[in-house]
Design a protein around this ligand. Structure first.
Ligand SMILES: O=C(O)c1cc(=O)[nH]c(=O)n1[C@@H]1O[C@H](COP(=O)(O)O)[C@@H](O)[C@H]1O
Length: 270
């Protein structure tokens, strides 16, 4: 999907909501466990109930890898379902990959070609030759970790090295890489006070912003400092939406949480 198509969807739906499909079998409604594929059954119900309220879904691969082959199969079925039934939706494989060049190429093939995701999250710390193999894929997006939502972000990312914070070096340096137009960045909603400075460095890039809801980030603050001329935001919520209820009404309850966020976003979009 192109960035222009994503922006058009945002304007049409008045939403820049990304729903995180972080499926934990201990948290999903227990009646689904008798289904042949409980993970896919859960995702399908959530997607069917919420697709009109969001523009993106983000399965975090950890929640699928944890269940071995059956988890990976559920991930395959989920992305196939999204691509066939809701092709207008932007898809993010939250895999946080990155390795030496030839290995990164295989990761990129796995997520962009085999699974056919629109984007994948990538860690920047192995540098240019670990990220450029992802950037080489046309109309696919590499979402680089810039300033993450967790407390550990202060261990390295905000440390000053040669006069500049490390996350700013990631932003500045990555802009010089080949096919840098295919980059997006992760900035945690819990770090909203950094967004104005981040926008000075990357005025137009899309930001994936996790951390509203369960982690305590605030949507209005993110929009105030992080919104660009072309919106430039995908705000993610996972647990706060998908585990709104553990009863038979789980999909409707998720839709109502998603709608509350979408309404706040519509206000921000004006
Ligand atoms: O790359 C991510 O999506 C990510 C980066 C980050 O800095 N913080 C963060 O929480 N995430 C992911 O975003 C999701 C947040 O989930 P909730 O806290 O349940 O909304 C999880 O899948 C995290 O792995």
């Amino acid at each position: 999907m192109t960035t222009t198509e994503l922006i058009n969807q945002i304007r049409k739906k008045k939403s820049f909501l990304c729903i995180g499909l972080d499926v934990d079998l201990n948290k999903i409604p227990q009646h689904l466990l008798k289904e042949e594929d409980p993970i896919f059954a859960f995702n399908k119900a959530i997607i069917d109930a919420t697709h009109h309220l969001c523009v993106a879904y983000k399965p975090n691969t950890a929640f699928y890898e944890a269940y071995g082959l059956k988890g990976w199969k559920a991930l395959e079925k989920t992305i196939k379902y999204l691509n066939e039934k809701y092709p207008e939706i932007f898809t993010i494989a939250d895999a946080k990959r990155g390795d030496i060049g030839n290995t990164s190429t295989m990761y990129a093939q796995a997520f962009f070609e085999d699974l056919a995701f629109d984007s994948v999250t990538v860690a920047p710390y192995m540098g240019k030759d670990s990220v450029e193999p992802f950037l080489a894929f046309k109309n696919k997006h590499t979402i680089l970790l810039a300033l993450t939502s967790n407390a550990g972000a202060f261990d390295f990312q905000t440390k000053t090295v040669e006069g500049k914070e490390l996350y700013k070096q990631v932003l500045d340096t990555s802009k010089t890489w080949e096919n840098a137009e295919n980059l997006m960045y992760v900035v945690g909603a819990t770090k909203a006070e950094y967004l104005a400075e981040i926008r000075n460095i990357i005025p137009d890039s899309f930001l994936l912003v996790p951390g509203v809801g369960a982690q305590g980030g605030n949507l209005q603050d993110v929009c105030k400092y992080g919104m660009s001329e072309n919106v430039g935001l995908l705000i993610n919520s996972s647990r706060g939406i998908i585990y709104a209820s553990s009863g038979e009404d789980f999909a409707a309850a998720a839709a109502s949480k998603a709608e509350a966020l979408q309404k706040e976003m519509a206000v921000e979009l004006g």
